[in-house]
Ligand binder design. Structure first.
Ligand SMILES: NC(=O)c1ccc[n+]([C@@H]2O[C@H](COP(=O)([O-])OP(=O)(O)OC[C@H]3O[C@@H](n4cnc5c(N)ncnc54)[C@H](O)[C@@H]3O)[C@@H](O)[C@H]2O)c1
Length: 321
């Protein structure tokens, strides 16, 4: 197939583009390089099955003309990272709502298969863990800007449903939980590249709050494998799937683990949330995925342990620093 990948020069998008090409598909990647980089796709440039278009998914004309040339679209383009959302709230909201609407509308009207990259942020601060696809959304006040990302992605999920109803859009949604690995930038608030980056320089690892908040990390190659399983499976159409790893760990324990795995002499420094983030932040204490649906329907399971993930990020950062 020929496939459009929005956000194709981003962290997950560049790995996904590579995986699609490895499977024999061809890829047109659309990216405005706002958080994505040319370096992420340097290994793909020159491949006759890869084309990069630098442009915005907010440009309806561009998106429509690219959509006409492909069989399907994997929509990963978005503004994300708590830090970035808080620093550029309106720009992020527009990218995450209008950007998706433009891509979904074009795919629906032109009859193309569609993958929507959604997020575990959708579930907000629901205390009932682990989270299944049917779990409720428990969201803070709209006066706290940090929830706008969650709201935008929830709206995106509704939009694909609506176009499924009105145009028979063939879609599948993947809700990524803390996806990590080589090429992820720590610049927008992502914790593992920040921790590993500091550890290899023997600098203090900055843990926000008291470090009791926990997450589950999934290697990007496992996440991409999950996307491929659901995108090409007709049984998956019309469904949303959690895509996430296995080991729940607190941020304090994660910092200790990173120091141990990288054999670093770093210390841990606790930073109050008020100093770590601009106003409008509220923490989510746990976020644990239940991936039974994805495993049962497709046979998917993650291959990377947390230690293997940390090693892989370390290898990448050492080679690129
Ligand atoms: N990494 C995670 O843990 C995670 C978790 C949940 C959901 N997701 C979702 O996965 C997708 C990919 O995220 P990622 O982690 O690779 O982040 P990323 O920032 O590396 O990727 C997003 C890409 O979209 C591009 N982009 C942003 N606005 C654009 C615009 N207007 N036009 C064209 N391109 C634009 C950026 O330049 C970037 O390359 C996003 O939709 C994100 O919401 C990621």
């Amino acid at each position: 197939m020929k496939l459009l990948v929005t956000g194709g020069a981003g962290f997950i998008g560049s790995h996904l583009s590579q995986a699609l090409i490895d499977l024999g598909h061809s890829v047109v990647a659309l990216d405005d390089l706002s958080t994505g980089t040319a370096k992420n796709i340097s290994g793909l440039q020159g491949n006759s099955n890869f084309e990069f278009v630098q442009g915005s998914m907010l440009d309806e004309k561009v998106v429509r003309s690219l959509m006409k040339r492909v069989d399907g679209c994997l929509h990963l383009g978005a503004a994300l990272g708590v830090q970035r959302i808080l620093e550029r709230p309106y720009e992020s909201l527009v990218a995450n709502t209008q950007g998706t609407e433009i891509a979904v509308k074009a795919a629906a009207e032109l009859g193309k298969r569609f993958f929507l990259a959604s997020t575990s942020e959708l579930y907000g601060k629901n205390p009932q863990q682990p989270l299944t696809e049917e779990s409720d959304r428990v969201i803070g006040s709209p006066q706290l800007v940090r929830w706008a990302y969650s709201e935008a992605k929830a709206l995106d999920e509704s939009v694909v449903q609506m176009f499924h109803g009105s145009h028979g859009l063939k879609f599948v949604t993947g809700r990524f939980f803390n996806t990590v690995g080589p090429r992820q930038s720590g610049a927008y608030g992502m914790v593992l590249p920040r921790f590993v980056g500091a550890a290899i320089k023997n600098e203090p690892l900055k843990v926000y709050g008291d470090g009791s908040q926990s997450r589950v990390f999934c290697h990007v190659s496992d996440a991409v494998h999950g996307v491929l399983k659901i995108f090409f499976d007709n049984k998956a159409l019309g469904h949303a799937f959690n895509i996430g790893g296995e080991e729940e760990i607190s941020m304090k324990a994660l910092a200790e683990r990173v120091i141990a795995v990288t054999k670093s002499s770093s210390t841990i420094e606790f930073v109050p949330y008020s100093k770590a983030y601009p106003a409008g932040f509220e923490e989510t204490m746990r976020r644990v995925p239940d991936t039974t649906k994805l495993r049962t329907m497709t046979g998917w399971k993650p291959e990377f342990s947390l230690d293997a993930i940390i090693h892989d990020i370390e290898k990448y950062l050492r080679a690129n620093s």
